[in-house]
Design a protein around this ligand. Structure first.
Ligand code: AKG
Ligand code: FE2
Length: 277
């Protein structure tokens, strides 16, 4: 079986066929997927009925796995978290965000599998920070390159939604204590490809540190709108057992909240990343 890579849009996204992710990858397959990820930033695979162990094993080809501080996980495979609308309020994923940028070393990427889908809705969109950066004018690129921004966990995990039981509140308090607001560069250089990407996201970014408050607010507003222009995005219509694998270093994503009260269940394995520069 040989791998086929079909690009899906100019900015990002490719569908990969000719591979069974539930089986151990050989080196050639692993490297081909990594190269495709660097180029296309988000990869989609159809018909991959992975159990949590297989999903974690696939993700672990690309790095060590992260255990999320807030979301519930599969008890026998805690590296796989469960986004089940019957269990967790996932509405806060309906905002453009890059995962866990409130950490000093945000995720390298994540592998998301569709387990149970509503009859309609529940698409996910991704946007390329590389395309967004490259489309900025040279003067704005120069202004932003070298600036830093604050990222804050609380912006996407409000206590009203994540602290409703005493147990949840204790976990939320502990997560807040161990994840104080921190700074990342506004323009990030991909550690492998060397490409530059816009690295602020509406989910977690609260302030461009070196600017006056009003300047920061106006420029972030501009950047959040710019980063998610349709030209820089791809929208995926899920089928059961689809798997998406995204490069979280240079993309952001948005889970469309248009199917409640129907149930949607996704499993995610998250790969640890390194400090942005
Ligand atoms: O449910 C989705 O489609 C994506 C949710 C999300 O933001 C994530 O898994 O990081
Ligand atoms: Fe996310």
């Amino acid at each position: 079986m040989s791998l086929t890579i079909t690009p899906l849009s100019a900015a990002l996204g490719a569908q990969i066929d000719g591979i069974a992710l539930g089986e151990p990858l050989n080196i050639e397959q692993r490297d081909a997927i990594e190269q495709a990820l660097l180029k296309h930033q988000v990869l989609f695979f159809r018909n991959q009925p992975l159990n949590p162990q297989q999903q974690a094993a696939f993700a672990a080809n690309f790095g060590d796995l992260h255990i999320h501080p807030i979301y519930p996980n599969v008890p026998e495979q805690p590296q796989v978290l469960v986004l089940d609308t019957a269990v967790t309020d996932v509405r806060d994923n309906a905002i453009w965000h890059t995962d866990v940028t409130f950490l000093p070393t945000p995720a390298l990427g994540a592998v998301l599998a569709a387990k149970q889908l509503p009859a309609f809705g529940g698409d996910t969109l991704w946007a390329s920070g590389i395309a967004a950066f490259e489309a900025l004018s040279a003067p704005l690129q120069q202004l932003l390159d070298g600036l830093t921004a604050t990222h804050n966990f609380i912006k996407s995990f409000p206590v009203e939604r994540f602290g409703s039981t005493p147990e949840d509140l204790a976990r939320w308090e502990e997560t807040r204590r161990s994840n104080p607001p921190l700074s990342h560069p506004v323009i990030r250089t991909h550690p492998v490809s060397g490409r530059k990407a816009l690295f602020v996201n509406e989910g977690f970014t609260t302030r461009i540190n070196e600017l006056e408050e009003a300047e920061s607010e106006a420029i972030l507003k501009l950047l959040f709108a710019h980063a998610t222009r349709p030209e820089f995005t791809i929208r995926w219509r899920w089928q059961e057992n689809d798997v998406a694998f995204w490069d979280n270093r240079v993309t952001q994503h948005y889970a469309v909240d248009d199917y409640r009260p129907n149930r949607r269940v996704m499993h995610r394995a998250t790969i640890l990343g390194d400090a942005p520069f």
